[in-house]
Design a protein around this ligand. Sequence first.
Ligand SMILES: C[S@@+](CC[C@H](N)C(=O)[O-])C[C@H]1O[C@@H](n2cnc3c(N)ncnc32)[C@H](O)[C@@H]1O
Length: 194
Amino acid sequence: MSPIPASPVNTPVNRGYFAIGAEGISKGLNIGNLMRSAHGFGAAFTFTVGATYQAREAAADTSKGIQHLPHYSWPRIEDMVLPQGCRLVGIELIDEAIELPSFRHPVRAAYVLGPERGSLSPEMLARCDYTVKIPTTFCINVAMAGAIVMYDRVRSLGRFAARPIGEGGPVVAMEPHVQGGRVVRSDIGRGETE
Ligand SMILES: C[S@@+](CC[C@H](N)C(=O)[O-])C[C@H]1O[C@@H](n2cnc3c(N)ncnc32)[C@H](O)[C@@H]1O
């Protein structure tokens, strides 16, 4: 079997951007892990809101993620300043949240997690454009939850070779990308392109 051409792992998603952060997080190790994953998955920046530790110390302990990505430490929700058009997506295990496997990730998104011993505040949930939940029976580690959401974003918005139909089946190389035709607004709905 010929090897599959490597996916461009450094830029699997070439549209939009994302950021990830946490509200009220207290353990440096958790934010350090989150930053490390964020860097690996291609985040544009990381942030904390009302964190109770020094993000700089945490990052120094683990991935040095803060050296590679911009990091914002906002003291309060009112201090948060996201780029124009960036959707805020809460990550929380609550009934009304959208199941992650059914969620369409915004092209421009900032994901926010809750504290280790608690949940996203009602104020933060109110500020979110969407809230998603990972289908687990109980809460998992906050940095782990962040990594799963980032993986789901890259998996669903990125371009990868298809999985084989059956276990152990051949892995087929990705088709080369073909630029689509120009879509004329009046043709939308009739499925026509120029
Ligand atoms: C460890 S949990 C908080 C503990 C939890 N509220 C409790 O006391 O049972 C920390 C954060 O991880 C995220 N999280 C963990 N599991 C999750 C899940 N299954 N779906 C969505 N978010 C999750 C949420 O952001 C949550 O606020």
